[in-house]
Design a protein around this ligand. Structure first.
Ligand code: FAD
Ligand code: NAI
Length: 477
């Protein structure tokens, strides 16, 4: 039986990062990855949901479709005339697939470079011998047992499906099928106006589909700051033509060979939607089935996730769990941070993850990004705060780029001026948010940002001005 210091189960962002960091720290490491994703040669693809069917392919499609939308609608204001613009969907998909191949092969190279042993197959706890955990790797080539002092569970998550809505990833799709439409559907239905619904809805809308999103909750983007949610609602619905219906109840979904019929209701009426394709994006569930949790007494929480403390320790000695399979936001960067933390803790170093400064980004156009508290959270907590909000319409770079939708909103403590949150709706929000994350990690005040020189002309000047606006001394608005 092969023996390792650390065995990581799952090679998504949380798992592969944990494995690489543990190897960097001098440990003998193996990473088990099931055969869920394979390249055309049948080789197991590393990188998990993020690289194969999540962050990376969706951002590739968002970029292609945004360029197409700009060519159709935005180039003209710059004096650029184009005739006969057309979208070649197979080329767009090939580009996306090439990026996935490049990055997943990259993880394989990183494993080689760091001497991480890759084991292909389904990993499952089978027991304990002395101070070693025994894990079975059930692969195409047969079964193998490995022993490890430490096990890191990083098995990630899978799309939640709805009862009575069979997903075939052809007509009715979760994220896997939705990233692979070989042509633009004329009519696309989406259940769930969350992150995937908005991102993938945007992709196919920009390419010409008529998109209807059915959302159970009556509030739009309830987790975001309400000023952002309100503005985004206007832009996505009236501006971009996404038909988003809130507060609906899905009654039945009946697929046929050619499409799907969805019967649903809102407070006023019973309604029917007929579409060519349907995406179901109603959240994700932790992958703990078949992990052998029962065999070793690994404790799960009431949502089927591995139960962990703030250091990602489980109830079992030297068993850790990171990423989507544990509590907290299901975000790749959150999982990666946990992976690093656990590897460093195993090596006897200090490690921590600050859950209060994990940024969120929704890659619509304009993008939505935030970190820290929303205004409504501060109100509910009775925290006194100050607000500085600057529209991109008052920013020279945004004007030059012809993209002035949205704003930066900064929230600071009324007593101490410490930054409590930043919310951005606008072009490049995903990059701008990093400044607030750094500031909050350093415990900065809005005055600190106000006194930092920001390059001109840049979008980051809107962050600067928002900091000045907290003290009612914005210079350009
Ligand atoms: P995963 O990436 O799910 O990886 C887990 C791995 O473990 C998988 O490869 C799986 O095959 C393997 N596995 C499971 N069980 C076993 C087993 N028993 N044995 C062996 N292997 C096993 N997050 C962002 O931060 N930014 C984004 O832009 C973003 N976009 C997304 C877009 C979409 C469409 C989706 C679906 C998700 C997106 N996410 C995004 C979320 C992000 O993909 C996840 O948070 C991230 O992948 C979680 O990483 P993980 O390592 O915990 O799990
Ligand atoms: P989500 O949690 O973002 O949104 C799901 C939506 O579906 C919610 O608004 C919910 O109210 C709604 N819903 C649930 N049940 C429903 C029902 N029966 N009928 C109608 N609506 C229903 O989940 P989503 O979009 O599936 O994404 C999963 C996760 O993946 C995200 O929460 C996020 O963690 C991650 N992700 C992150 C991205 C990013 O960082 N940019 C991009 C895409 C996904």
């Amino acid at each position: 039986m092969k023996e390792f210091d650390v065995v990581v189960i799952g090679a998504g962002p949380a798992g592969y990062v944990a494995a690489i960091r543990a190897a960097q720290l001098g440990m003998q490491v193996a990473c088990i990855e099931s055969e869920s994703y394979a390249d055309p040669k049948g080789q197991v693809r590393l990188g998990g949901t993020c690289l194969n069917v999540g962050c990376i392919p969706s951002k590739a499609l968002l970029q292609s479709s945004e360029l197409y939308a700009q060519a159709n609608h935005a180039f003209v204001m710059h004096g650029i005339g184009l005739d006969g613009i057309r979208m070649d969907v197979p080329t767009m998909l090939r580009r996306k697939d090439n990026i996935v191949t490049q990055l997943t092969n990259g993880i394989r190279s990183l494993f080689k470079k760091n001497k991480v042993t890759q084991l292909s197959g389904h990993g499952r706890f089978v027991g304990r011998e002395g101070d070693r955990w025994i894990v079975e790797v059930h692969g195409k080539e047969g079964d193998e047992l490995v022993a490890a002092t430490h096990v890191v569970v990083a098995t990630g998550s899978s799309a939640r499906h709805l009862d009575g809505v069979p997903v075939d990833n052809r007509i009715v799709c979760d994220n896997i099928g939705a990233l692979n439409f070989e042509s633009v559907p004329q009519k696309l239905g989406i259940i769930g106006a969350g992150v995937i619904g908005l991102e993938l809805g945007s992709v196919w809308k920009r390419l010409g589909a008529e998109v209807t999103i059915l959302e159970a909750v009556p509030d739009f983007l309830a987790a975001a700051d309400q000023a952002v949610a309100k503005e985004a609602w206007k832009v996505f619905t009236a501006g971009q033509g996404l038909n988003i219906q809130l507060g609906v109840k899905i009654n039945s979904v009946v697929p046929s060979d050619s499409g799907v019929r969805i019967e649903y209701e809102n407070v006023d009426a019973s309604l029917v939607l007929e579409v060519d394709r349907l995406i179901v994006s109603v959240g994700r569930l932790a992958n703990t089935a078949g992990l052998g949790a029962d065999a070793v007494g690994l404790q799960l929480d009431d949502r089927g996730r591995v139960d962990v403390d703030e250091y990602c320790r489980t109830n079992l000695e030297n068993v850790w769990a990171v990423g989507d399979v544990v509590r907290g936001p299901m975000l790749a960067h959150k999982g990666m941070e946990e992976g690093v933390m656990v590897a460093e803790l195993i090596a006897g170093q200090a490690g921590h993850v600050n859950m209060d400064t994990i940024p969120w980004v929704i890659y619509t156009h304009p993008e939505i990004a935030w970190v820290g508290k929303t205004e409504q959270q501060l109100k509910n907590a009775g925290t006194e705060y100050k607000v500085g909000q600057i529209p991109f319409a008052a920013n020279g770079r945004a004007l030059g780029q012809g993209d002035t939708t949205g704003f930066v909103k900064l929230l600071a403590c009324a007593q101490t001026d410490r930054i409590l949150g930043m919310h951005v709706f606008g072009n490049n929000a995903s990059e701008l948010i990093a400044e607030a994350v750094v500031a909050m990690e350093f415990g900065a005040s809005s005055e600190d940002i106000a006194r930092i020189c920001h390059a001109h002309p840049t979008l980051s000047e809107a962050v600067h001005e928002a900091a000045l606006a907290i003290d009612k001394r914005a210079l350009h608005f």
